[in-house]
Every structure is written in C-alpha cells, then in structure tokens.
Ligand binder design. Structure first.
Ligand code: ZN
Ligand code: ZN
Length: 370
C-alpha cells in the first residue's frame, strides 16, 4: 500500500490533470502489486471523479492463464481476468468509471502499445485521453524499501557464494568458457535462483578486453586474465558482480592494470555516501585511472542501479547530476580494456545507507594467480 501511496503522490506532482495511470511495464506491476505473470496491465486511479466520490482501488487486468496466480499474488488491487485483449478491458474499465484522462509511462510504452490503447477509446475523447508522464514507478523503484533490501542481500550473497565455489573448483587452463558458465548457472539454479539476471560473461585471455564477452567455447589460456561477470535472479531481484582472476604468471602491465582498476573501484565505493552526485562517483573511479594513464581504456560508465531489473536508475556516469539517496542499490564497476591484449573489471553491488554505504558483495578481490 505504501508503494501505491508513493506513486499517487508522485503522479500528482508530474501530471496536469490525469485521474488515473495505466501501468503496463511488468516489473512496475510486480513492484506495485506482487503479481509476477507475463501479461498484466494495472489501472491506478489517482483521484475521485465527479461520478464517484470515493477513489477506487487499483485494478489488475490479466488473462486466463493466470486466474489462480493472480488471485494468490495480487495485493492492494482488484483482479479482472480479461476475456479479450487486456488493454481493451483496462480501457473499458477506465471509461466506465468516468475517468477522463489517463497517464502512461512514456519511456516504457511503445508506439504500437499506445496505438492499441487509443483504439479502445471513443474518437471524441481520444485526443487528450492518454497523457505521457516520466517513468514515475521506475523512479520510486530506485529507492529500495526494507523488504526489497532483504531480498537484494540474499541475491547478492548467493552471487558471492557462487564465485567462491567456482574459484575453488571451476577455473583451469584448457577448460571452455561455456563450461565455467554452465557450472556457475547450474549451481545458481540448485541454490534456488529462478534464472541468471543476464547472460553470463566469462571472457578469458585476449577476450577479456571485450567488456561484454559472453562465454564461448574458447578454452582458458595457460596464462592471462579471466573476467567473470554474472548475476542471479532470486525472488525477482537481480544480483550483479564481476571478478577478474589471473591464470599463470602475470606481466607487470597486467598487474598494474589490475591494481589501478581495484584502486579506482575502491575509490568510487568510498565516494558513495548519500547526497553525492552520481557524476562524482564516476569521477572518483575515472580520476584514479587517469593517474595510471589508463583512462582511455575505461570505455563505459562506472555503474548503474539494480533491483527487479538488472539495469535501473540511477546511472553512475559522467554528467549525471542525480544525487544518491539512502536505499539505492548501485553497482560500481570500473574496468580497462586493452584491445587484443587483456581486460580487467571489478564490480560490486553497493547499498547506499543513511550514513554511508555497504558493499553487498564483499567476496574477495585480492589479486589471485591460480
Ligand atoms: Zn555485471
Ligand atoms: Zn553491472
């Protein structure tokens, strides 16, 4: 209920005169109601209407595949099992309730979806019926509540134990990247994860210079870096962490790069307290790499919010003036990538707390030559 109240308050400040919001982004629906099905639209009345004094409670529309699940999971909203297209039923309900202007999230609604929403509204009302608003639910989701923090801790700590496991048994010269990914993913599922939160990155040798080097059949080299970037989806929440290890003896250049990335990562984590602008966290990492003359090889931003989705706000990047607030969970993941040679990335999930920060993925990042 608190989440819906926060949404209503947020909507009142961004909409001119919308009296309802149609939420169609599935993670937003899940966040507001608990419903996890793959087909859903949620109508959230914002205020009372001339025909009805008391504001209606939200209504979730889904289809016949989810009759049992929708009734079991949905909190704080009525459930309607649509007989036809769910958007048609949602729009019919909005009209029947006498609501005249409906907000929708412009960032998460495709042109095709908006067209199909519009076709269910009578022509004379259609023109100003749907009003685009910024992604208000996504903004609320940036700040995790106590219940979400518990779940994010669980996801992050499963990620840590998977890394410890793979470090002990999984990585040796000659083994394929996909075998390591498969072992990690099998262990994740056995520990209860619904899925991985994104495609597992195992990038070895020269492939470590590809920031998004998904696991291939390439075999681990006798010597060189291996970047492991992976996450689990546990109870709907994503984890995300990266560790880089080294097989065999490292060159001075490799060791310098690793130490610079680690120092950059630690500097950015240390810069995290609430009130700090995201661009300053990015700069904390970037300036360390600048001093090490590696900044040209740091080719992405420093981090991102994480939660029900793997990439959420805020963005920890240059020119991002947004300030950190307690309850945000962000990643800090600087890296350097020397094409054709090697790459290093180190990534933690960090919870912004009232006084500072807490690393949710405190598993070792000590230099390791396996
Ligand atoms: Zn990652
Ligand atoms: Zn990440």
């Amino acid at each position: 209920m608190v989440r819906l109240k926060r949404l209503t308050a947020a909507l009142q400040s961004v909409t001119g005169h919308a009296d309802a919001m149609l939420v169609t982004h599935l993670q937003d629906v899940r966040y507001l109601t608990g419903f996890t099905g793959s087909s859903a639209a949620l109508v959230v009345p914002i205020r009372s209407t001339p025909t009805r004094k008391a504001k209606r409670k939200p209504v979730l529309f889904t289809d016949g595949r989810y009759i049992v699940q929708a009734h079991q999971q949905t909190k704080n909203a009525g459930v309607v099992i649509a007989q036809g297209p769910i958007l048609r039923e949602a729009c019919a309900w909005i009209l029947k309730e006498g609501l005249e202007h409906c907000a929708f999230d412009a960032e998460h609604t495709t042109v095709a979806t908006l067209d199909s929403m519009r076709q269910w509204i009578p022509a004379k009302q259609r023109r100003s019926f749907f009003q685009p608003v910024p992604p208000v639910v996504a903004s609320l989701r940036e700040i995790k509540d106590a219940e979400e923090i518990v779940l994010m801790r669980k996801a992050a700590s499963l990620g840590c134990s998977l890394f410890e496991q793979i470090l002990l048994t999984g990585i040796e010269a000659g083994k394929q990247e996909v075998e390591i990914a498969a072992e990690l993913e099998f262990a994740a599922r056995m520990a209860g994860a619904e899925a991985m939160s994104f495609e597992t990155i195992v990038a070895s040798g020269a492939r470590s210079a590809q920031p998004h080097g998904q696991a291939t059949t390439q075999r681990m080299p006798q010597r060189g870096f291996v970047v492991l970037d992976f996450g689990v989806l546990l109870n709907g929440y994503c984890s995300d962490m990266t560790r880089t290890i080294h097989l065999g003896h490292a060159t001075a250049a490799e060791r310098n790069a690793y130490e610079a990335v680690l120092a950059a990562q630690m500097a950015a984590v240390a810069a995290v307290p609430p009130g700090v602008a995201c661009e300053d966290i990015d700069e904390a990492a970037r300036s360390v790499l600048r001093h090490a003359k590696l900044t040209d090889f740091f080719t992405h931003s420093t981090g991102h919010g994480v939660g029900l989705e793997i990439h959420e706000g805020p963005r920890i990047a240059v020119r991002q003036r947004q300030r950190l607030e307690p309850g945000m969970v962000i990643t800090i993941e600087p890296g350097v990538y020397l094409p054709g040679r090697f790459g290093v990335r180190i990534e933690d999930m960090v919870l912004v707390t009232a006084r500072g920060s807490e690393v949710l993925t405190p598993v070792t990042k000590a230099w390791s030559e396996l």
